[in-house]
Design a protein around this ligand. Structure first.
Ligand code: MN
Length: 229
């Protein structure tokens, strides 16, 4: 018997996969905060090398389109360029030594942030959800399969706005590397196929305004190019 639903079933958010017409279905979006020392410093945060800071965005925040809508309720939208992990399988208590076995591929993404709302939330000790988890808050380029490109442990992540470079850092300088991130997440959540993990942003975060063109790059991955509308 086919289940009946009382309203139309929402669609599955998805991201293109480079080199194919197939798409990657998004299950959850996890994000790492303060994963580059220089960014933690610019935010006035203490660098915690013991435990990663995690937060989430809704799955349908994934935005695989060139034009990104400028969100309501902010006058200080910030860009955060990040390497994104896409999982083919999951589990709990994942051994860091086996963590890469779960990775489908990698992409370049932006963790768009309502910095004004985040600052207000931090000041009050409130959650970050409205600052981080809004509609279209996770622009993402096509995912490159690890089967094609391997598992990058180094390489320069960069972001330009209107042709001017704003952020650049080697992912080798991440405080928590991909295997450690997946292991730590899997001690808090059951990771699953379709999960995306934004791995944190380097220093140089700053405002994005309507009309700004962004270009985010990482060697071997499709670039993320778009415009704030
Ligand atoms: Mn971020």
């Amino acid at each position: 018997m086919t289940a009946e639903f009382v309203i139309p079933v929402p669609g599955v958010p998805s991201v293109p996969v480079a080199g194919t017409d197939a798409r990657f279905p998004v299950h959850r979006i996890y994000c790492v905060g303060r994963n580059y020392a220089e960014h933690a410093k610019e935010m006035g945060s203490v660098v915690d090398r013991e435990v990663p800071t995690f937060f989430m965005k809704p799955a349908d925040a994934a935005w695989p389109h060139a034009d990104a809508p400028y969100p309501p309720a902010t006058t200080n939208l910030h860009h955060e360029v990040e390497l994104v992990i896409a999982l083919a399988s999951g589990g709990t208590d994942i051994d860091p030594a086996r963590a890469l076995d779960h990775v489908f591929g990698y992409a370049v993404g932006l963790d768009l942030t309502r910095r004004d709302l985040q600052a207000a939330a931090k000041a009050k000790g409130n959650p970050w959800d409205t600052a981080k988890g809004f509609d279209a808050s996770a622009p993402i380029a096509p995912i490159a399969p690890a089967a094609a490109i391997g598992h990058p442990a180094a390489g320069e992540l960069a972001l330009s706005i209107n042709g001017v470079e704003r952020q650049r850092a080697d992912i080798a300088t991440m405080i928590f590397k991909v295997p450690e991130i997946l292991a730590a997440l899997s001690r808090l959540y059951t990771l699953a196929p379709g999960d995306l993990v934004f791995t944190g942003t380097p220093a140089g975060v700053g405002p994005l305004r309507p009309g700004d063109a962004f270009e985010a790059t990482f060697p071997g991955l499709p670039a993320l190019r778009g415009t704030m509308r």
